[in-house]
Design a protein around this ligand. Structure first.
Ligand code: SF4
Ligand code: SF4
Length: 647
């Protein structure tokens, strides 16, 4: 069926034809009509994907990510400036990759029709390490949107579909299906902290390497599709014209009335990573190359780099030699100027001599050195889980989450609990193994919504610290309330920004705020958002905490629990302890429940026991114990008891 549609609508219908399950976005010219069309479709059709305008681009991206990580296909839309808002999460998710197809539709605005900088998303994509497809017209937008989902799944990477105003708003008769073809996938999220968190340098470095490997797969995969097309002219005059994305139809138009020398062409709709094999073929035949692309010399820089690496001695004409502008849209006059220069043989600078040599191999000079250092590092390394400090209130919260799940027949391996940045993420480590994800500040709540809208059946829980909540957790919670997501958000409020050195945050007690500053109340904020199911718990009171969590999990809609107790270290800095716990070695059976469940670093093994098989028992370091009492709640043998400290 043919319909006359604009480029943005083509994104919507391409996504529907690809079976998109979840679509989110934030409006911004020139991208908005893509999600508007999907929203309109979802309101008038059944079945249809879940579609929402999110509170901002970062939250929209996190929702799409959650859905894609659950194996569904997800689309997120925004204008170029929105990528800056979502950058924190985009760069982090690039390292983790994706499972279901995840497509970011980002529309740039050369010529600034709607205000804001002439930001070139292709540079953003290169920075993030994500592949870019750049369709030439609405028909190609439709085709490449469909393909972007396939590419994303094949290469396990989010794919950026980049458009510009002249394509996003151009109208064309487009052959398409104009129906929704749901794939009917069952949502499943694999618990894998090595992939979905950033817990430690080894994990981050391995993810970075995986990202580079996936980009290499993208390069090979796209090559096989023929998306990028090279056509050599019959007279082999060595003159090549390279055009990217939106300029391709304009260049075709210019060439249709071109009555000078025949030119060979390379039209690129997949601009990153550069297809080096195809570029190499062009260099073999070319003497002078003209690169036509709007905004930054993105393709040109990649070609110059490759030319230097290959020792190619021809010339590249474009923006870097000052021939063509880096600002505004390209008119036929600009394109014509480039063509004439190319045909006249007025070569610019020699690419091979003006650029430094760059190796095509992924060169990492640090690798050899670090490999040489590895044995030393290995000798020095000590394997121990990073966990909460002795007396940390977050230990109580995660203990209560795990206990509550167990009580209702679930557990931390079948219940998605999203984690966030800061001390609270230690909930993913032993002995808790509670958190499944860590992406960026505030992302726990956005991701949780993505998992929910993907259709994950068990309850979804988001965990976030107080400082992180103030930083970037408020917008996604507003979003969850607005759209009626069914999830539990636990704000672990210890009153400080602890992990970075106990800085104050807006929720820190008034007595520690700077002169003239005041405390902002989390509870008031949450109530002000319209969250009706709000409970405040003390995490050391396990009975109360477990009961509150179970109650919340049994309610519908957005539930919030504020788990409030001050950071143990800030308390210890100013207050003397009055109570600690000790273990009676005569009663301890060395069952180790106290250690297994709490992982408290104040607990240690000692050889003084009589009841245990090997004479070993648990003991508590009296210097480290804060008297929180959590280990006491684990012991079935009455071996742990309070000890008052003399005044
Ligand atoms: S839970 Fe009780 S009995 Fe078991 S190891 Fe700890 S102190 Fe000993
Ligand atoms: S009471 Fe138990 S859990 Fe709490 S700090 Fe002391 S040893 Fe650790």
């Amino acid at each position: 069926m043919k319909r006359s549609i604009i480029g943005n609508q083509a994104v919507a219908y391409g996504a529907l034809a690809a079976g998109v399950d979840v679509a989110s976005g934030y409006p911004g010219t020139p991208s908005s009509e893509a999600l508007t069309e999907l929203l309109h479709f979802s309101q008038n059709n059944n079945p249809s994907p879940y579609v929402e305008w999110s509170v901002n681009e970062k939250v929209a991206f996190e929702i799409a990510t959650g859905a894609a990580w659950a194996g569904k296909r997800a689309l997120v839309t925004m204008k170029m400036s929105g990528a800056n808002v979502a950058a924190d999460s985009i760069l982090s998710v690039a390292y983790s990759g994706t499972k279901g197809g995840l497509v970011l539709y980002i529309a740039d605005d050369p010529g600034v029709e709607a205000g804001m900088p002439e930001q070139d998303t292709r540079l953003f994509a290169q920075w993030a390490g994500l592949p870019v497809l750049e369709p030439a017209d609405p028909g190609r937008v439709y085709e490449l949107t469909r393909y972007a989902f396939e590419l994303s799944e094949k290469c396990e990477l989010p794919v950026i579909l980049r458009s510009v105003t002249s394509v996003a708003h151009a109208k064309q008769e487009v052959e398409g299906e104009y129906t929704y073809k749901p794939l009917g996938r069952k949502p499943e999220f694999e618990k894998n902290i090595f992939r979905y968190t950033k817990a430690g340098s080894a994990i981050c470095i391995a993810q970075h390497e995986a990202l580079l490997d996936r980009l290499a797969v993208v390069e090979r995969t796209v090559r096989d599709t023929g998306i990028n097309m090279m056509v050599e002219s019959g007279d082999r005059n060595g003159l090549f014209l390279v055009a990217a994305g939106a300029l391709i139809p304009y260049v075709r138009e210019a060439l249709s009335s071109w009555d000078h020398q025949n030119l060979s062409t390379l039209f690129l709709e997949s601009v990153y990573p550069l297809d080096k094999e195809l570029a190499g073929k062009m260099f073999e035949a070319a003497e002078t190359i003209l690169v036509l692309e709007e905004l930054e010399p993105f393709v040109e820089m990649q070609l110059r780099s490759e030319a230097s690496r290959l020792g190619w001695n021809g010339s590249i004409l474009g923006k870097l030699d000052g021939l063509l502008p880096r600002v505004g849209k390209y008119s036929q006059e600009v394109i014509g100027r480039g063509l004439k220069t190319l045909a006249s043989g007025m070569a610019g600078h020699s690419a091979a001599t003006s650029r430094p040599v760059v190796s095509s191999e992924r060169s990492d000079p640090g690798n050899e050195e670090s490999a040489a250092e590895q044995p030393v590092a290995a000798e020095l390394s000590v394997k121990h889980p990073i966990t909460f400090c002795a007396g940390c209130p977050h230990r109580g919260t995660f203990l209560a989450v795990n206990r509550a799940l167990k009580k209702i027949g679930l557990n931390q391996d079948n219940t998605v609990v999203t984690g966030d940045i800061g001390c609270t993420i230690l909930g993913m480590n032993p002995p808790f193994h509670t958190c499944w994800t860590e992406v960026s500040m505030g992302s726990s709540i956005g991701l949780a919504q993505g998992f929910y809208w993907a259709g994950i059946e068990n309850p979804v829980i988001a965990t976030i610290g107080d400082s992180t909540f103030f930083h970037a957790g408020i917008p996604p919670l507003v979003n969850a309330v607005q759209h009626g997501a069914n999830l539990l958000v636990i704000i672990l409020d210890n009153g400080w920004t602890s992990m970075t050195g106990f800085q104050v945050n807006p929720g820190t007690s008034e007595q520690f705020q700077a002169k003239g500053a005041r405390r902002v109340d989390i509870e008031g904020i949450v109530r002000g958002m319209g969250v009706e199911n709000l409970q405040v718990i003390g995490p050391f009171d396990q009975e109360q905490s477990i009961e509150a969590i179970i109650k919340a999990l049994q309610q519908e809609g957005v539930k919030v629990i504020i788990s409030q107790a001050e950071c143990a270290l800030t308390v210890a800095r100013r207050e003397k302890r009055t109570l600690i716990y000790q273990i009676d070695s005569q009663k301890c059976t060395f069952c180790r429940s106290c250690l297994r469940e709490t992982g408290c670093p104040a607990l240690y093994v000692t050889a003084n026991g009589k009841k245990s098989k090997h004479g070993q028992v648990m003991a508590i370091d009296p210097q480290a114990c804060t008297g929180c009492g959590l280990c006491y709640t684990c012991c079935k043998f009455d071996a742990i008891h309070e000890q008052k400290l003399g005044g």
